[in-house]
Ligand binder design. Structure first.
Ligand SMILES: Cc1cc2nc3c(=O)[nH]c(=O)nc-3n(C[C@H](O)[C@H](O)[C@H](O)COP(=O)(O)O)c2cc1C
Length: 191
């Protein structure tokens, strides 16, 4: 798949069915995160690839309401970092650890998409419970989980799917128009 097609095909599907997860798949995916750019090449991203059934089941209790669909994950990639793992550009009031971790994670999401898998990032989980279950130190920031599975081809969706979730299985949620986020040469106030 060409890059443009890959980006167009990526979707945050929620109806998932089991798929086999291997160490080779994990390493291959992680090797692409490894190549992401980062401030001063600091590589602030950290990942726990959870695919053993017992630990997956433990993580279910950290899911927020509305994310019950994620219990069908074959793998959950827990994405975390720490503020001081990356540049703190005081001059511009920016810390880059979340930005750089996001870029590396996007590379992984695209590769998983290319392999025919769903890789759906979520924020709806308890970071504290995640840390307790996985033994992540208190001073880390759990940034996202990426829910990995195979898109279900079943005709009907589980009952607990909410209306917007049912809708977004069929069509991609609307996007802002380019005029709302693209500026040419200088900023123009559009609000
Ligand atoms: C940081 C982040 C947090 C998200 N949190 C959730 C979530 O908790 N539950 C969920 O179902 N989807 C979540 N999503 C998925 C978005 O709802 C989805 O990306 C958006 O609606 C666009 O749909 P698309 O990815 O299929 O194009 C999240 C996505 C991102 C990037």
């Amino acid at each position: 798949m060409q890059l443009e097609e890959l980006i167009r095909n990526r979707r945050s599907y929620r109806a998932l069915e089991p798929t086999e997860i291997t160490k080779e798949l994990i390493e291959e995916t992680a090797k692409l995160a490894q190549l992401a750019p980062s401030c001063f090449n600091n590589q602030p991203w950290r990942y726990i690839f959870v695919y053993e059934r017992e630990t997956l089941t433990e993580l279910h209790r950290a899911l927020s309401k509305g994310n019950e669909w994620a219990k069908a994950a074959s793998m959950i990639i827990v994405v975390f970092s720490r503020k001081d793992f990356d540049c703190d550009l005081k001059k511009n009031d920016i810390r880059y650890y979340q930005f750089d971790t996001g870029m590396a994670t996007a590379f992984m999401i695209l590769r998983l998409t290319e392999l025919g898998l769903v890789a759906h990032p979520i924020a709806g989980f308890s970071a504290d419970e995640t840390k307790t279950i996985l033994g992540i130190p208190e001073d880390m920031k759990v940034i996202t989980w990426v829910i990995v599975g195979k898109k279900s081809e079943a005709e009907t969706l589980p009952d607990f799917f909410r209306d917007h979730q049912k809708k977004s299985e069929k069509e991609r949620p609307a996007r802002k128009e380019l005029e709302e986020f693209v500026f040419f040469n200088k900023y123009t106030n559009t609000t």
